[in-house]
Design a protein around this ligand. Structure first.
Ligand code: SF4
Ligand code: SF4
Length: 604
């Protein structure tokens, strides 16, 4: 194999599994260490750089980082990364004087943002400090988009939303509420703005056009129903409620139905649990509230008696897994009695307000074409991100789209190509503090993942706005932070210093180091001390060692980042170095020079 080039930011970045999996590449291990030191403000601000909404995401993120967490491979359960984000947000002091600010002198460029959801707010967050004049058009009387109207307050309190959105709006965004844009052509023709960003989300719930759908006033579309609850247009529901669909919106609907007084709430799924779209923790929370989840049922028709909804007919299936595929066979029909049905089978985009003759191409799904790197439409100067661009995803994706679109808008307004993407950077610094002492906590802590406590059952149903999750106590946070294995503290190897004494190999508790003859990847993987059969985890391969020409190979998969190899190494060939990934944001390129990766640490 080729010598691993650790100067390329991607190499060490992919070893920090959580950060690699996070769409916004949040520096998770560093913010966890800051919490461990009680530096909640610093932790919050570090979080905010990349994900902009730590308090909101600490409650609602889909957590793609957690299944990737190294801790899963070591003891099964990931670090509670998301909940620790909330710890920083809940315990910070007033950080307003640390927020980015608009400069006194504007740069003369005007930007229109359409829709006040997370993508547009991120664009505003990144552009206002560069002197842009930002106007936000919002159809509703409040900002937040789907974060506000589709996520119930028992999961995301309004105060948390208000606070983090105000951090951005108070920088100087001109917000026009109750102002839907009805014609993009008109807005563009006005030539009032130098660039336009479309962040209108995916506001249309998918229909279920089966017999009886429009014969009852007790059949609702999930996201519209949640919006009506939010604006208090709906404050009651039938006793027996069926929710059709099993994504996160369905979970929010079933739990909202409970709070509106429903006695019997069932969620109905076409497939088996393995195929559910809802996050596992959302399913658990719904089941804790005695929501019943039924599998293998496909809706056939609404059943009405004297114009009153009394049930729903389903086709039943049997399901088996054959060669990893779900095979379903029809198994008759069933009618489930109900008084209300909520249809939550997905969301769609709708762009009746974007004319088809203004240079914006639409694809076969009738969605505007958006470049996946620049986030620009086929018409120059018009950008999009979040659910409006590529369909429903999580908030954290919308944030990352917003950052990338802001880079493009800044380029565009400065006459640069929108394709001009700045590279990521990396710094490396030794964590050595002397003999056997490192500036991070390197002991492996066998503590189990902390369990989130919930408000007691009767109390949580009293009001729609009672937050169910109580947040970690300080004791829980203290335990949880120690579960993080500091994957950003890298086993940095300087081959010219290695005397091939095997001391590191002897001491490594997971046998992830081997000195051997080089070979191709399949061959090398088969010759390592411990089997290296997880192919999406990289192998580190050094250059030829001085004495024998063999190479040092490390399977990054199961390294505990414990530093014992570096502790034991008599020549300091191994050093534990903190890698910091530097992300470029609009108007903030990473420093041109990063610290040299090959620089040896101070001698012991
Ligand atoms: S152990 Fe810590 S640094 Fe490593 S992946 Fe998990 S949270 Fe991230
Ligand atoms: S830090 Fe070194 S000793 Fe510890 S698990 Fe990783 S390679 Fe092995």
């Amino acid at each position: 194999m080729q010598r691993t080039d650790v100067d390329k930011p991607d190499y060490y970045h992919q070893v920090v599994d959580c950060q690699w999996a996070c769409p916004a590449h949040t520096n998770v291990p560093e913010y966890i260490r800051l919490i461990a030191q009680g530096r909640f403000d610093d932790s919050y601000m570090l979080n905010r750089e990349s994900n902009v909404f730590p308090g909101i995401l600490g409650r609602t993120c889909d957590r793609p980082c957690e299944p990737a967490c190294r801790r899963v491979r070591v003891e099964g359960k990931p670090v509670a990364i998301c909940r620790l984000k909330r710890v920083a947000a809940d315990n910070k002091s007033d950080i307003r004087n640390r927020l980015p600010k608009a400069p006194k002198k504007k740069n003369g460029k005007k930007i229109a943002l359409i829709g006040a959801g997370p993508a547009s707010l991120t664009v505003a967050n990144d552009l206002i400090p560069l002197g842009y004049d930002v106007t936000l058009f919002e159809a509703l009387p409040l900002p937040g988009g789907l974060m506000r109207i589709n996520i119930p307050a028992f999961r995301l309190p309004a105060e948390v939303l208000d606070e983090e959105i105000a951090y951005i709006i108070d920088m100087g965004v001109k917000v026009l509420y109750d102002t839907p844009i009805k014609s993009l052509k008109k807005l563009l023709d006005s030539k009032e703005f130098d660039a336009v960003f479309v962040g209108t989300g995916a506001p249309k719930g998918r229909e279920l056009d089966i017999p009886g759908r429009h014969d009852s006033d007790q059949v609702f579309i999930g996201i519209e129903w949640l919006e009506s609850i939010h604006f208090e247009h709906v404050d009651s529901v039938g006793e027996r409620v069926l929710i059709i669909g099993v994504g996160n919106t369905a979970m929010d609907c079933c739990r909202s139905a409970k709070r509106l007084g429903a006695k019997d709430v069932k969620v109905v799924a076409r497939k088996t649990r393995k195929y559910f779209k809802a996050s596992p923790w959302e399913l658990e929370d719904a089941e804790e509230e005695h929501v019943e989840i039924l599998e293998n049922l496909s809706p056939v028709q609404f059943v009405l008696e004297n114009s009153t909804l009394v049930g729903m007919e389903f086709e039943k299936f049997t399901s088996v897994e054959i060669d990893g595929k779900l095979v379903q066979e029809p198994a008759g029909h069933v009618v489930i009695p109900c008084d209300t049905v909520i249809v939550a089978i997905g969301q769609e985009n709708a762009f009746p307000w974007i004319e088809r003759d203004i240079g914006i191409e639409f694809n076969k799904w009738d969605m505007p074409e958006v470049d996946e790197t620049t986030f620009m439409y086929t018409r120059e100067g018009v950008f999009s991100g979040g659910d409006a661009a590529f369909g429903p995803k999580n908030i954290i994706w919308a944030v990352e789209h917003g950052h990338q679109a802001a880079i493009s808008i800044h380029n565009y307004c400065n006459g640069k190509s929108v394709d001009d993407r700045l590279p990521q950077g990396q710094t490396l610094s030794s964590t050595s503090m002397g003999l056997h002492e490192w500036s991070y906590s390197n002991d492996y802590d066998p503590a189990k993942r902390q369990k989130m406590t919930h408000i007691e059952m009767p109390e949580r149903f009293l009001k729609m706005t009672i937050e169910v999750e109580e947040g970690f106590t300080m004791e829980q946070a203290k335990v949880e932070v120690e579960r993080c294995m500091n994957c950003d503290i890298q086993t940095h190897f300087t081959e010219s210093l290695c005397i091939e004494c095997d001391a590191c190999i002897d001491v490594c508790p997971t046998d992830c180091l081997t000195i051997t003859n080089n070979g191709d990847e399949t061959d090398l993987r088969s010759r390592l001390i411990a089997p290296a059969d997880v192919h999406d985890q990289p192998l580190f391969v050094s250059g030829a060692l001085k004495q024998t020409g063999r190479v040092m190979v490390k399977d990054e998969n199961i390294c505990l980042h414990c530093g014992l190899c570096a502790d034991r190494c008599p020549t300091h060939a191994f050093d534990m170095r903190k890698s910091i990934l530097q992300l470029p944001y609009a108007g903030q390129p990473v420093p041109e020079k990063t610290l040299p990766a090959a620089e040896p640490a101070p001698a012991k």
